[in-house]
Design a protein around this ligand. Structure first.
Ligand code: FRU
Length: 613
């Protein structure tokens, strides 16, 4: 008995000798790659040290011996790239236990008296703190585009407008700057331009992590969650992909999951439910991406809970190299007519016009059950692209927007290299929000127009520089951009015969070349020399847009924001969205032309600022 007792004592000595100790934190090794982290939640955050390039560790929060939360963090082993906070505020004053399972590659904790030099790095660096630094100071963090304050972001989700606020949710990893732990992050804005980030809105639960989806106001209380409840529907990504409901009584600040989830289950991968109330039929409609079949399933429902499959759209149509994801369906008037048409948005990855992710769409008619796409006179269903850059994916639109507006927003990245772009504390921004419309092109087809929302005008400061009525030739002319490069450039030009080149340049010799070729009526952007491009072989690229214009008129709005260039035709007939990572801001615009017949009628550079700067 005595022997047994001293053996236990010895074992306890070795185990706790390998532990990290403080009054509020104790780490006990319980196996080769497993530790128990015990803390007293006296401060606001538990800060996990992250090393980006290594595998995830699994972290389980145990409450009364039961797993309450599971999440994954790339816990540092060799070096610390940054820290991520675990929010302790809901647990203030409690004693918490986390079970941490590190990947095999981690150096195991040595159980010896003198082991402190040998501990895994995360054990040395994990800490409790009242503060977490969310300050926006990374070189490439945009000034007027939405980004999460920290962590990874992909698709925009569940956007709705209510009581003067535009709500934007997004696929978010709160515990690292690479894809993982899918959660609905939440930001809101009174004007689509100044954003405030709130607490996570929907967190992973027993059915899985929270993939993309949509939200709308249930004005007639059809679901029984209460009049004007905000109802969200998302994909529960567990062993299967299932569709689940959640509802909010506080204008989308927090959501409760519906007790009878999931509401749609299918035997094959289906995701990203997007629903809307169809006033004509008095029923809800839902579009769901049948990802691998590359079709969109269309459902209807009286109450958001019972869904009837009405039809499927898209088999054999459109661009189909990759999976179909994140659909949207809405009606819009055709500019200058009494006609209305429906737009079916289908995001595709890979298989975009310049490789990787992109947003295609179809214009047609919808009767509440079936979507019939328009065809060319030859009976062909054309593939149309919403944007002609490399960084415009997962586009969806706001529900319940005022003034019959249909505002869309995209994730400004591409799955080809999204997790390698040279940012750290956060990764990825959204595109500018855009008002969508319809116009009839010269080929007789109806296309979607995209215009930067009018609210962006209020970001303009006094023009920094301008040009009026000048001819440009080979020697060209040069004009100043703001020191931080953050600006909007507006330009009206007549380009009849020879190409026009607009080059954004910096003091490091880096350049983005925007070229208009009047012969082919195309606009291109070349980012091969734009700055840091070598993080992915898919990043250096030239993207090209057809301009729908043969008159020689070139009217552009160009938005530059630290690490992005978005070009819009002034009437919204085409847009082009590309990321760039210059080592210094572009502070000069050089304008040249191959011939002499090119005229800049008007060009203005507006520095842009939002409330925070
Ligand atoms: C699109 C997507 C969606 C999915 C989400 C997961 O980028 O793959 O289909 O719901 O990302 O984060």
């Amino acid at each position: 008995m005595k022997k047994l007792f001293s053996l236990i004592l010895l074992a306890v000595f070795f185990i706790t000798a390998g532990a990290h100790q403080s009054n509020d934190m104790k780490i006990i090794s319980v196996g080769e790659n497993q530790s128990l982290l015990r803390i007293h939640a006296n401060e606001n955050y538990l800060l996990f040290p992250v090393e980006e390039s290594i595998d995830d560790s699994k972290i389980e929060l145990l409450v009364n011996g039961k797993v309450e939360k599971v999440f994954y963090v790339r816990l540092a082993n060799n070096k610390v790239d940054y820290y991520v906070p675990f929010d302790l505020i809901p647990y203030k004053g409690e004693n918490l236990t986390f079970r941490v399972t590190t990947p095999k590659m981690h150096q195991p904790v040595r159980r010896s008296k003198r082991d402190s030099e040998h501990k895994e790095l995360w054990i040395k660096r994990i800490s409790l703190s009242d503060k977490f630094d969310k300050l926006n100071r990374e070189q490439y963090r945009p000034v007027y585009h939405h980004t999460p304050s920290y962590g990874w972001m992909n698709d925009p989700n569940g956007m709705f407008y209510k009581d003067g606020e535009w709500h934007l949710y997004f696929q978010w990893n709160p515990y690292g700057s690479r894809w993982q732990n899918m959660t609905w992050g939440h930001s809101s804005s009174p004007d689509l331009v100044n954003w405030t980030q709130h607490d996570a809105a929907i967190e992973p639960n027993d059915l899985g992590t929270i993939f993309s989806g949509s939200a709308a106001i249930d004005r007639y209380n059809t679901a029984g969650f209460g009049t004007d409840a905000v109802v969200a529907m998302y994909t529960s990504a567990g062993d299967y992909q299932m569709q689940s409901l959640a509802f909010s009584h506080d204008n989308g600040m927090s959501f409760e999951n519906y007790s009878d989830n999931p509401v749609i289950t299918l035997p094959t991968e289906a995701r990203d439910p997007n629903f809307f109330y169809n006033e004509k039929t008095g029923l809800w409609n839902l579009v769901l991406a049948h990802a691998l079949e590359k079709e969109i399933l269309i459902f209807s429902s009286p109450d958001l809970k019972q869904w009837k499959l009405e039809s499927s759209f898209g088999k054999g149509l459109g661009a189909r190299e990759g999976v179909w994801e994140c659909p949207d369906l809405f009606e819009l008037p055709v500019e200058g007519t009494d006609e209305k048409k429906w737009v079916m948005i289908v995001n595709l990855n890979p298989g975009g016009p310049f490789g990787g992710s992109a947003t295609q769409y179809f214009v047609g008619d919808f009767d509440g059950k079936t979507f019939i796409p328009d065809t060319t006179p030859g009976g062909f269903v054309p593939t149309k692209w919403l944007d002609y850059g490399k960084d415009y994916y997962a586009t969806v639109t706001w529900s319940d927007a005022p003034d019959n507006r249909r505002v869309g927003i995209a994730w400004m990245s591409n799955w080809q290299y999204a997790d390698e772009v040279p940012t750290m504390q956060y990764r990825s921004a959204n595109s500018l929000p855009r008002d969508l419309g319809l116009f009839r092109g010269k080929d007789g087809q109806i296309y979607v127009s995209s215009k930067p929302v009018k609210e962006l005008l209020k970001l303009r400061r006094q023009p920094l520089s301008s040009l009026k009525n000048i001819s440009v030739g080979k020697n060209g002319t040069s004009i100043e951009l703001p020191d931080d490069g953050v600006c909007e450039i507006t330009m009206n030009a007549i380009v009849k015969k020879s190409p026009l080149f607009l080059s954004l340049k910096n003091d490091a010799g880096e350049v983005v070349t925007i070229a208009y070729d009047p012969k082919s009526s195309t606009l291109s952007l070349d980012r091969t020399q734009s700055g840091v491009t070598d993080f992915s072989e898919n990043f250096p690229a030239v993207t090209i847009a057809p301009t729908h214009e043969t008159s020689g008129k070139l009217n552009l709005r160009i938005f530059i924001d630290k690490s992005s260039v978005e070009i819009f035709d002034a009437d919204g007939k085409y847009s082009m969205t590309n990321l760039v990572f210059p080592s210094l801001p572009y502070t000069k615009l050089e304008i040249t032309s191959d011939g002499s017949n090119t005229r800049i009628e008007n060009l203005v550079v507006y520095p842009l600022r939002n409330q925070n700067n």
